[in-house]
Design a protein around this ligand. Structure first.
Ligand SMILES: NC(=O)c1ccc[n+]([C@@H]2O[C@H](COP(=O)([O-])OP(=O)(O)OC[C@H]3O[C@@H](n4cnc5c(N)ncnc54)[C@H](OP(=O)(O)O)[C@@H]3O)[C@@H](O)[C@H]2O)c1
Length: 179
């Protein structure tokens, strides 16, 4: 089972200056609860933005000598990251950012996507080619929270999409293990 998780504004923004465009603690808490105990596949920039990175995190980067925190392993491709994360036996979550979602979505069984019903300024977009709108919604709930940055109420729609026919992962010789 491979899942992706993320949050997107109504204008498609997911990131601003290396972090999120909003400050909604309840949405962040939802993310943390969902990925607890999972093996994660993370883009290098997203990894660098995180204060705490759990063990069994696979960081996608083209830099062979990238230095990482304990419990984290560099992988050269999203496919290698997914194979390595699956080999841990834990549930697998792809947590972004844009370029990693764009490469990983064909393999994902589920996409947990929080739609934040407000436009935000940003510099990282949810990839338009991910066809979540064509996938069945398995679960949905709605809450209104305060964005601590703007002080305004925002509606968050928590959606769980299921991809009907995810692509099988290619067979790989190289599976990375965390140390
Ligand atoms: N709203 C959300 O749910 C959410 C989730 C995650 C992130 N974000 C936000 O999104 C922004 C970061 O996203 P981003 O798209 O700019 O960066 P990113 O995907 O986190 O990281 C990009 C880096 O990952 C590596 N990479 C990506 N695809 C690769 C591939 N196919 N093969 C090998 N390496 C690959 C490259 O690293 P090297 O340069 O080292 O080669 C690339 O520079 C931040 O603002 C973050 O806060 C938001």
């Amino acid at each position: 089972m491979i899942s992706a998780i993320g949050a997107v504004a109504s204008n498609g923004m997911i990131g601003l200056a290396g972090w999120l465009p909003w400050d909604i603690p309840e949405e962040l808490a939802y993310f943390e609860k969902m990925v607890e105990g999972a093996a994660l596949v993370i883009g290098r920039l997203t990894y660098e933005s995180m204060d705490v990175v759990p063990v069994d995190s696979f960081i996608v980067s083209r830099q062979p000598d990238l230095a990482l925190r304990p419990g984290c392993t560099r992988v050269a491709s999203v496919e290698e990251g997914l194979q390595s994360a699956l080999a841990t036996g834990k549930p697998v979550f792809v947590i972004g950012g844009s370029s990693v979602y764009a490469a990983a979505w064909p393999y994902c069984d589920r996409f947990y996507l929080t739609r934040i019903e407000q436009a935000y300024s940003g510099d990282a977009l949810f990839p338009a080619e991910i066809p979540v709108d064509d996938w069945p919604v398995h679960d949905e709930s709605v809450s209104v929270f305060v964005d601590r940055r703007s002080g305004q109420d925002v509606t968050c729609r928590f959606l769980q999409y299921r991809q009907p026919s995810p692509r099988p992962l290619p067979k790989m010789d190289c599976i990375s293990k965390t140390t």
